[in-house]
Design a protein around this ligand. Structure first.
Ligand SMILES: *Cc1c(COP(=O)(O)O)cnc(C)c1O
Length: 467
């Protein structure tokens, strides 16, 4: 059909908005969003017409045919790429991937976020007394019970937890830390810089590989407020090393009336050694050794929302709660709802159902099976256009947890005719949804450790549409 005739057949917005197909969309999306998406559809078709010599490459070109096509496009646009922030498929095998949003939340936490944020709640309201309450009470009891600590508070993230603790407890005074722990923990969180922001004076002791108890002891003076120990969560110093352990440091701190604080970072609640992982200090174990203050992330090994949790001595936590900086770093209600829920998974011994844990302990048999489904599904749609093969792989916990430890996993390597691995990597990133894999030894790999059954199906469907 003549191009100009097709252009004249493009339905008007008023016609599109009256179309039956819109009713379905209105159940999910605000009216204005649907209009914006329809505009996108109309413009896309118009551009295709104007730039091609032969008119539209496929489909009907009468008004009804074009309307259907625009509505389908609007639907896909709203579902996949209307927003800037959108879901991706993590096929990297890295479970706690900071750039991909760290911990996916369990379904009950999502339901709670919807429930709490869709209306009003007792966030800061004491239902018994009928007056102002405190937002931190909602996680106080459960954290006390789970960790054995006297009290707890949660803030925006662990960087905030460390900054706040140091500010409230050591501002204007000295903090002793080993040179082996003067580290940067991704995303520009540097221990020395956080310390200087807190207004505490940094006193470095020991050397990069070896710090002894007496190094700490020699540095103590009347200005010392706190001994800080940072858990090496994203690096490992190996070989000729030595460090003072928590028990010794706690004793030393106690003797001199100092605070012993431990920044755990990853925040393991359970021991994963039965599943083949290296021993990580757990929060409970750290509290037990006597750390006065323990800080850790909500969205690393805990598997919850972004948060920084501080547990420890009641008097110190009270001091932190009343510091003005706490107000600036406070946790919001969505996070609080999700955090409380995730903590309940631990309390009821359902921790294996938290997605991060589920992926970390995914049995190799299950991964073999998943890799088979993915490889066979891809092979069936690729035919002569490429190849998909199951390969042995190793994956990491990631997100600054259990550094340098690689767990055996299974992956599917994907080759496409006329594409380099880099080009496949880029092509799949442009999918709807984007699929993030990785390149290893000149192979494009998708590791099934971090993929659900549903995502495996989506990958096959998405790749099918692209090749
Ligand atoms: C990850 C980490 C932090 C920063 O925590 P965020 O929750 O990302 O702010 C601080 N300290 C240690 C030891 C960490 O591993």
């Amino acid at each position: 059909m003549d191009k100009n005739q097709v252009l004249r057949n493009l339905p008007k917005m008023s016609v599109l908005l009256e179309h039956d197909g819109i009713k379905e969309l209105e159940k999910t999306y605000p009216y204005g969003f649907i209009k914006a998406a329809l505009n996108f559809g109309v413009n896309t078709i118009r551009d295709e017409l104007l730039t091609s010599k032969t008119g539209l490459s496929e489909g009907r070109t009468d008004e009804e045919g074009l309307a259907n096509r625009i509505i389908t496009m609007a639907n896909e646009f709203l579902a996949d790429s209307f927003y800037n922030l959108r879901p991706v498929i993590n096929a990297t095998g890295i479970v706690i991937h900071t750039n991909l949003g760290r911990a996916p939340l369990p379904p009950e936490a999502l339901r709670r976020i919807v429930q709490i944020s869709g209306g009003y709640s007792n966030l800061e309201y004491d239902l018994n007394e009928g007056k102002r309450g405190e937002r931190y009470t909602h996680i106080g009891d459960i954290l006390r019970e789970l960790t054995g600590a006297q009290d707890a508070i949660a803030v925006n993230n662990n960087a905030a937890a460390v900054l706040l603790s140091l500010t409230a407890l050591a501002r204007g005074r000295e903090v002793i830390i080993s040179r082996g722990e003067m580290v940067e923990i991704g995303g520009s969180f540097r221990i020395p810089e956080v310390l200087s922001q807190s207004g505490a004076k940094l006193v470095e002791v020991g050397t990069t590989n070896r710090t002894h108890l007496k190094d700490y002891e020699n540095a103590i003076n009347d200005d010392t407020a706190l001994i800080l120990k940072v858990h090496p969560s994203n690096y490992k110093i190996a070989g000729f090393t030595c460090e003072a352990d928590d028990t010794e440091l706690k004793e030393l701190a106690e003797k001199h009336n100092l605070i012993f604080m431990k920044d755990l970072g990853s925040g393991a609640m359970v021991d994963l050694t039965p599943f083949g992982y290296p021993a990580e200090p757990t929060v409970t174990g750290t509290v037990k050794t006597g750390a006065d203050i323990v800080t850790f992330s909500g969205d690393k090994l805990l598997g919850g929302p972004q948060a920084g949790i501080i547990v420890g001595d009641e008097k110190l936590i009270t001091k932190i709660k009343s510091h003005p900086l706490t107000r600036a770093l406070r946790i919001d209600k969505l996070t609080l709802a999700a955090l409380e829920t995730v903590l309940w998974y631990y309390k009821t011994n359902q921790w294996q159902d938290i997605p991060v844990n589920k992926m970390l302990i995914k049995p190799i048999e299950e991964m073999k099976n998943d890799a088979k489904i993915l490889a066979e599904g891809l092979s069936a749609i690729l035919l002569q256009k490429g190849e998909a093969q199951i390969v042995d792989d190793v994956s990491e916990a990631g997100g600054g947890s259990m550094p340098a430890h690689e767990m055996p996993s299974k992956a599917v390597s994907l080759c496409l005719k006329d594409y380099t691995p880099r080009q496949i990597f880029a092509k799949l990133r442009s999918g709807s949804p984007p699929i993030i894999g990785r390149i290893k030894k000149d192979n494009f790999l998708m590791d099934v450790r971090t993929l659900s059954k549903e995502e495996i199906g989506k990958i096959i469907e998405t790749v099918g549409k692209m090749v």
